[in-house]
Ligand binder design. Structure first.
Ligand SMILES: C=CC1=C(C)c2cc3[nH]c(cc4nc(cc5[nH]c(cc1n2)c(C)c5CCC(=O)O)C(CCC(=O)O)=C4C)c(C)c3C=C
Ligand SMILES: [Fe+2]
Ligand SMILES: [Fe+2]
Length: 335
């Protein structure tokens, strides 16, 4: 039966999968980085200091100093197709485009910056997605990443008259599909090196120590991932936490300190892997592969290898398909 002429258009019913990552500036310049950092660091899930105390520090100091330094860092890793984090997330969505059949739209968004979560959720809704799987691509749950991505999706729905049904991707830090994909990827990367590392460092993004005390499972999730990966590879790994921000105490040991100390302990050949990042980004390509390598060599290390993230590799996409298909069960015929 056709609807009356004055009835709003009814698109065919679809499912949606929205891949979400952290966010990145639109360009590697000071203005764009400032805009991005202002949004990111104003998120109360990220900096858990009362706004009245934090905003003057952010606006008065940090946003006047950090953007220049960070823009330089972004400039060192920027690609022809943009920021690595955005380019790789876009490639992941493209690789998954036909993974679940013609009735499932796969799109991507960033928690901060572009494309925004409200923009992509509105587009999915307009395209007929009545059920949407929101998938923050963080293997380890953290309020500063997973929760804030979900918050943003729910806040977007709060303004919709006709909301889609929503599911969210749970953390997958100990999922056999994720551990197997990581182990395969590390084995392949190690096999391509022209040296044999004496140690493997698993570097996770750090968070303030206080978040652990407040009940965030992030630290335990990171430790479990590293233990399972180490068991799958049959070799020891050194766990470390990178990217310290601000003056508070962060999770330890710090990756830079570990890399500087290794040569003094007789470890001059090292490989570094970043299992907590689903896509390579500033924190892996600049902080680990450039600065980490320089720190290690300056301390007497001879051979350093940064092993890439799963990104849009065949193994990485296969793993995402497995996880997403499972979450679509009951929505997707034959899932
Ligand atoms: C993978 C999980 C991440 C957690 C946990 C996380 C916590 C966290 N981060 C900051 C501050 C910064 N992070 C920055 C970049 C950045 N962080 C993550 C991921 C996690 N952050 C990614 C993927 C990136 C890279 C973005 C990119 O464009 O490539 C930055 C910005 C860069 C810079 O100026 O150094 C800051 C700042 C805090 C405070 C925090 C936990 C409370
Ligand atoms: Fe971060
Ligand atoms: Fe960093």
């Amino acid at each position: 039966m056709t609807p009356p002429a004055d009835h709003p258009a009814i698109p065919p019913r679809k499912l949606g999968v929205l891949l979400i990552n952290l966010g990145t500036p639109d360009a590697p310049d000071r203005r764009a980085v400032k805009r991005y950092l202002a949004e990111f660091l104003s998120d109360r899930r990220v900096v858990e200091i009362p706004a009245l105390a934090w905003q003057p520090i952010l606006r008065g100091i940090i946003l006047n100093t950090r953007p220049r330094k960070s823009a330089h860092a972004y400039g060192q890793v920027w690609r022809e197709d943009g920021s690595p984090l955005a380019a790789i997330t876009r490639a992941q969505a493209a690789a998954l485009k036909d993974a679940f059949g013609p009735d499932v739209l796969v799109d991507w968004a960033m928690r901060y910056g572009n494309p925004s979560i409200p923009d992509r959720l509105a587009a999915m809704k307009a395209a007929g997605c009545e059920r949407i799987l929101v998938a923050p691509l963080y293997p380890q749950y953290c309020a500063a990443t997973t929760a804030t991505a979900n918050d943003k999706a729910f806040a977007t729905l709060a303004a919709m008259r006709w909301q889609p049904a929503i599911r969210t991707l749970p953390p997958y830090h100990d999922d056999p599909a994720y551990i197997a994909a990581l182990a395969d990827s590390v084995r392949t990367s190690l096999a391509s090196l022209d040296f044999e590392p004496q140690a493997i460092v698993a570097s996770f993004h750090g968070v303030p120590q206080r978040t652990l005390e407040l009940g965030d499972p992030y630290h335990c999730h990171c430790r479990k991932t590293a233990r399972l990966l180490s068991e799958a590879l049959g070799r020891e790994m050194t766990v470390a936490f990178q990217s310290r921000f601000g003056r508070a105490r962060w999770l330890e040991p710090a990756t830079d300190a570990v890399l500087k100390a290794l040569p003094g302990k007789g470890v001059t050949r090292v490989a570094v892997v970043a299992p907590g990042f689903s896509a390579d980004c500033l924190e892996t390509l600049e902080e680990l592969a450039i600065r980490g390598a320089a720190d290690f060599r300056a301390s007497g290390g001879t051979d350093f290898a940064y092993l890439p993230c799963l990104n849009d590799s065949e193994g990485g996409i296969h793993m995402l398909k497995t996880l997403l298909r499972r979450e679509l069960a009951g929505w997707l015929a034959n899932a």
